[in-house]
Design a protein. Sequence first.
Length: 295
Amino acid sequence: MKQYLKDNKKRQSFPWLMLRLVVCSFASLVMAMNINSFVHTAGLIPGGASGLTLLLQEVAKKYFGLTLPYTVINLAINAVPVYIGFRFIGKKFTLLSCWVIVLTSVLTDVLPAYPVTRDPLLISVFGGVINGTAISLCLMMDATSGGTDFISIFLSERRGIDSFNITLAINACILVAAGILFDWSKALYSIIFQYASTVSIRILYRKYQKATLFIVTNKPREVCEVINDITNHGATILEGEGSYEHCERNVVYSVVSSAEANRVVNKVKLADPEAFVNVMKTERVTGRFYQRPTD
């Protein structure tokens, strides 16, 4: 609990808030440059609010001869997700996310394009990785790039599920629309872009992913204290018998965030060097599971 309170105090400090602002501003710059230098070069329609914005820009240009600014469309599309953020997620989180949305939109309109390559496959893969990395930076700073990210976080916090597949499904609908309206080859490359982006986020940001711990130990109380101090989660102590030595063994069972699992394992090994730890991926948790609130 002491470690948890210390981490929570750090999150409220002024230097941490400034770091969040700087990192999110840098991520916005990267996303804007990625759109201009990669996405526009290959004519891709990525998923999310940015993809829907680019899709509407292309529709207006092709069918109505209008050139619409990225900023106006993107801000309009993000109106409902921003409301969801203020209403259900957190005010500081949403305000910082609004900064990311506005800054990314404006920079996309004003920054020039510097094409690195014109190979659509290279653009799809590396552009997707860059996009996912930039979004992950925002998420690590308790913010988001907007659009489907708000929806994903809302579902993760309310339903306790990893929303990877839900986000991918929403983005797939946008890409199918792009294929029907324009070029299927570009839509298929856009799917590669979005998949690379989503996988990058899944690898780099693991707050809403969960891990199950089974810890065989002779010091169950100390291990439970370690888990509580780091994660603010409880644990269940199971009594058992070692099959080889036929002696009493205790098994500590707990579910924690995947982002905290390594810290827990390292501290457990300090509390009991003889502990046997099994970490397993958890697909879904129902019931009382503490999730650190978003500010």
